[in-house]
Design a protein around this ligand. Sequence first.
Ligand code: ATP
Length: 603
Amino acid sequence: MAARADHPRIRRRSTLAALRRLGPYVWPERWPLIGSALAALASMLCGLTIPLVTQRIVDGPIAHHDAGHLPWLVAVVLALGAAEAGLFFVRRRLVARPTTTIEARMRADLYHHLQRLPVAFHDQWQSGQLLSRAVGDLSTVRRFVAFVLTFLIVNGLTLLVGIGVLFALSTLAGVIMVAGAVPLVIVSVLYESRFKVAARRAQDQQGELATTVEEAVLGIRVLKAFGRGPDLAARFAGQARELRGTELYKISILALLWAVIIALPELALAGQIAAGTAAIAHGAMTVGTLVAVVTVSTYLRWPTDSIGWLLAEANQAASACERYWEVRDAPRTVGGPPRPRPLPAAPRGALRLEGVRFGYPGASAEVLRGVDLEIRPGETVALVGATGSGKTTLAALVPRLADVTGGRITVDGIDVRDLALADLRRVVATAFEDPVLFSMSVRENVALGRPEATEAEIRAALRVAHAEEFVDALPWGLATRIGEQGLSLSGGQRQRLALARAVVGRPAVLVLDDPLSALDVHTEAEVEAALRRVLRDTTALIVAHRPSTVRLADRVALLAGGRIAAVGSHAELLTHHPGYRSLLTTGAAAEAGGRPNEEVAAW
Ligand SMILES: Nc1ncnc2c1ncn2[C@@H]1O[C@H](COP(=O)(O)OP(=O)(O)OP(=O)(O)O)[C@@H](O)[C@H]1O
């Protein structure tokens, strides 16, 4: 999801308001930025002074055929030119550090915020949209602070000073200059709103394009296997065409703006030359003054020309800021409490679900409608249910990847929402069905479960997950960097590393979402045996799809119709619950998939 450019709320918000929100980032860097603006201004003033010296040269040594003072005046022009160049260099040097710092800070804050946002937020946003904000939009913001902001101020001031100089040289020349500049400003402002909408649309489309590329790369196996590459390529080409259309529209706006920007100052210059020549003929102006007027007007070309372009860049930066703040403003619905309750020094791991209800945002019906379940310290409960019955959803509520919408979950009698998130994540460890590994070494991937884990603890966790042998066989053992999302490993190997990550912190409560699903029969039996040892000291909730996983549990809870329909030992449920029997005896719970919840509820 991403707010679109044509949304009225976005149109109404002013460019200035969006850019003002950069304040907290820009303020700490104000001194070098002010220094760079002053250097740019001084450089402009040096350039602006050169025409005045030229006037002296034309009306003095040249008009009087007296070269006596010429070397001095030429030396002054040279000195001014050198100062102009030197100051420009200083500006560049001064601006680099603070602007890259601002960009880096904003990017880091965005990243931290993304990490804290609930899973529900990530479910709704395309990752390409987030990527384009973190990369493209923040570069636009840096360009704005480094260049656009400075030159909007400096060029504005140069224009004012330049027009003042023109008025001092010749009132008529000043009036002609202003007459040319006023329509230019009006046209620039008129085009601003149109350009802003187009700029925003282009940024959103870039985000969509990034999402398509990302999906194509991550899903390359599926696309190849189903021969769907050309379809996605066609979608990509369509999106690229749309983006091209928007960019062309942006260029057509800019082209018109540039035509006006170039034509008006040329007309003003022609007017100044015509009026100046007539004034010289009537003895009302010296040749030197006309030369100075023409040189000053020519010098003012860049500040005048740039205003429209700088405004367009400012608009682009404003919409980049809006896009950035859309993410930063997203509320952290799952956060730590203001006054967290402390965990017992040695948590026992009593897990209790009391009337737990949960509905996904925007969904018409709740997935969980009053789940009651108690898992005693050290006990292992398998959660079984038809596909889509809400097992994964329930498992995600324990480590607070989402918050219950009704009822409560307690660990050792404390509501998980009253615990500091760091405490909760320390006491509850999770391994998901789809084990995501990061582009880092095996050691780092496992240590995500406990950053301070020693080599011995990591090895012990690998042994539990029956992963030590294959890790040692990797080219650099624990130090082997595994590919993006661990793609260079097999599904079973990835699952075992995810399991090692979950157990390395020796958590009091383990939540495992189908931890043996990707293992072959032989490995499954070995991991099962190792897990059994870990589970002896840990409270565990295990989402189970097949009998082998269920065998790990002391008790089994059957989830159906959003509630716990039955609890008992595997043998009891097999005997007394036909629904459970059919779910497991078909080989895997997944095979019972497609059953409507109502039917399961009726078991
Ligand atoms: N992010 C989400 N947004 C909206 N609905 C969702 C989301 N994730 C899951 N659901 C819905 O919630 C219901 C429960 O899904 P869940 O993944 O918890 O089931 P499950 O029992 O774990 O299924 P399986 O056995 O197939 O893994 C399903 O109807 C699913 O479509």
